[in-house]
Design a binder for this molecule. Structure first.
Ligand code: G3P
Ligand code: CA
Length: 287
C-alpha cells in the first residue's frame, strides 16, 4: 500500500480537535509532514501523560501532554487505604516513587509524602502522587481525560467515588466525549455506566482478546463506546468489527514511530502513546 505524503515547507500544522482551532506543532520523526487535508484525524492519547518525557501520572507529565497538544491525557485511578482516589499505575509505589508499599494499604498522607519524580530524573524531584480531583480541576476543559479504573476489584466502591467526583464538577453530562472512563475490568465498566449513563465508557482488552468475536463486541457495545485493545492484537478485521459494533478503537501503547504508523494503517480511531509527537502526522493511504 502506497503512502501519499505531501511535504510542506516551514512549520507543520496539526489540528486540535479539542478547541477546534488550528495549532502549530513540531515535525515528527518522519522528517516530513503531510498536509492537513490529507490527514485522517486520529485521536492522540498521552498515556499516563507524556510519559516518554516526564514521570508518568504526575502533574509534569500531564502538563507536558497539554503543551504538546495531545487530545487526551490517560490517567490511572486507584484508592488509598483511607478512601482517597489517587493517580498511580502500579498496585505498589515501588517502581514510580522513592517509597515501598501497597497503594491500598497506605493512607493518602503516606502516599503524598513520596517523591514520584526522582525515579525518572532528578529534574522532576518533588513531583507528588495526585488525587483524582486535582487532575480534574487542573485539566477539565483544557484537554480530554481518559480515566482508567485500575484494578477496581481491589477497591470496593471506587466506581461510586469516581462518579461522585465527576458529578460534583458537573462532568457527568455528555461533554463532547472529552471525559471517558475505561478499565480492563469489564464488570466495573458495566457498573460505572449505570452510575454515569451519559458518559462514554471503554473496555480495555489485553492480549487474550485477540480473537474477540462479533458477538462479544456486540455485548460490550451494550454499555461501552470504546474497545481499546493491546496494540499487538489489532488487525484490520478487528477494527472493522469494532466499527460494525458501533464502537471506537484506541489501542495501547505505542512507543515508536513505526508502531504508530502501523496503527494508522489499520484505521484505528485513536492511539494511546508515550510519545505524543509520533501521532501528529499520519499519511493517508492511496486506496
Ligand atoms: O489505555 C490503556 C492502557 O493505559 C492500559 O495499559 O497498563 O498502561 O494501564 P496500562
Ligand atoms: Ca492506564
Amino acid at each position: 500500500m502506497k503512502r501519499v505524503i505531501t511535504v510542506l515547507t516551514g512549520v507543520g500544522i496539526a489540528m486540535s480537535s479539542f478547541s477546534g482551532t488550528t495549532a502549530a506543532a513540531p515535525a515528527n520523526d518522519l522528517g516530513s509532514v503531510v498536509s492537513v487535508q490529507e490527514q485522517q484525524k486520529i485521536i492522540n492519547v498521552a498515556h499516563r501523560g507524556a510519559s516518554g518525557h516526564a514521570p508518568e501520572n504526575t502533574m509534569a507529565a500531564y502538563q507536558k501532554a497539554f503543551e504538546m497538544k495531545a487530545d487526551y491525557i490517560e490517567i490511572d485511578v486507584q484508592m488509598s487505604q483511607d478512601g482517597e482516589l489517587v493517580i498511580i499505575h502500579d498496585n505498589t509505589v515501588d517502581r514510580t516513587t522513592n517509597g515501598t508499599g501497597t497503594v491500598g494499604e497506605m493512607t493518602f498522607e503516606e502516599l503524598r509524602q513520596l517523591d514520584a519524580g526522582s525515579w525518572f530524573s532528578e529534574d522532576y524531584a518533588g513531583e507528588k502522587i495526585l488525587t483524582f480531583g486535582e487532575v480534574l480541576d487542573a485539566f477539565r476543559g483544557k484537554i480530554g481525560i481518559l480515566i482508567e479504573l485500575k484494578s477496581p476489584e481491589l477497591y470496593p466502591g471506587v466506581e461510586e467515588k469516581v462518579a461522585e467526583e465527576l458529578i460534583k464538577r458537573n462532568l457527568h453530562k455528555p461533554n463532547n466525549e472529552k471525559v471517558v472512563i475505561q478499565s480492563f475490568n469489564h464488570k466495573s465498566m458495566q457498573k460505572s455506566k449505570e452510575l454515569l449513563p451519559s458518559l462514554p465508557h471503554g473496555v480495555i482488552a489485553g492480549p487474550s482478546w485477540a480473537n474477540v468475536t462479533e458477538e462479544q463486541l456486540a455485548e460490550f457495545a451494550t454499555y461501552a463506546d470504546y474497545f481499546n485493545p493491546n496494540m499487538n492484537i489489532v488487525t484490520h478485521e478487528m477494527v472493522d468489527d469494532v466499527h460494525e459494533a458501533g464502537m471506537k478503537i484506541y489501542p495501547y501503547t505505542s512507543r515508536s514511530q513505526e508502531q504508530a504508523l502501523r496503527l494508522f494503517d489499520l484505521n484505528v480511531d485513536g492511539i494511546v502513546t508515550d510519545y505524543t509527537e509520533h501521532v501528529y502526522y499520519h499519511p493517508v493511504k492511496n486506496h
